[in-house]
Design a protein around this ligand. Structure first.
Ligand code: ZN
Length: 199
């Protein structure tokens, strides 16, 4: 006898793909969804289905976007001379929420992790160098996380960008060591952006 209906089991298995969600939480979420009005559950399903079709990657800064270039790259109000280098699109969202940065971004799409086979060629580093060549970049803010991999990536970038002619700064103060910047609170992140130091 089947204890859990197959449709429910399928949902539980899919929910377990989220980081940190085990069988128990997935079951709780699935049962919760089951209690929703069917239209609401359908809307969740539709929004997931639509995601990959609608969201692409900006060909200039490599963040997720429905348009290419993204709205930040397209905006004439953004300072074209400052580029903030981050690991993931989620970091762009976090810095945008602080409201204190008016420049452009460059999303590396990860950090250097030689043991996992992620070297400079797997990240958008070549594209960053191309941008500095072609665009009027005067300052590059390196805003990778203060994790070991984030720091290693930052020092690699400092090294290869030191002759680029742009001023290289690193967000510093306030972000505790080992913190992923996505999870830093807005005030801390804002302070860290403001008190960046030349490297
Ligand atoms: Zn963009």
């Amino acid at each position: 006898m089947q204890a859990i209906p197959p449709a429910l089991e399928r949902l539980i298995k899919n929910l377990m793909r989220f980081p940190g969600v085990g069988e128990k939480s997935a079951t709780r979420m699935a049962l919760h969804i089951l209690r929703w009005p069917p239209a609401v559950a359908k809307e969740l399903g539709a929004s997931i289905t639509e995601l990959h079709g609608k969201i692409g990657i900006c060909s200039r800064c490599f963040t997720f976007s429905e348009k290419d270039p993204c709205s930040i790259c397209q905006s004439v109000r953004r300072n074209q001379e400052t580029v903030c280098v981050v690991e993931e699109p989620g970091d762009v969202v976090a810095i945008e929420k602080t409201g204190s940065f008016t420049g452009l971004y460059h999303v590396l799409q990860g950090v250097l992790a030689p043991r996992e086979g992620i070297g400079p060629d797997e990240l958008r580093i070549r594209e960053l160098i191309d941008r500095i060549d072609k665009e009027p970049v005067k300052e590059i803010i390196i805003a990778t996380s203060s994790t070991v991999a984030g720091e290693a990536t930052a020092s690699y970038l400092c090294d290869i960008l030191k002759d680029s002619g742009a001023r290289i700064t690193r967000i510093a103060c306030g972000i505790p060591m080992g913190t992923d910047i996505k999870y830093a609170d807005q005030m801390t992140l804002r302070k860290a952006m403001e008190s960046r130091t030349a490297v």
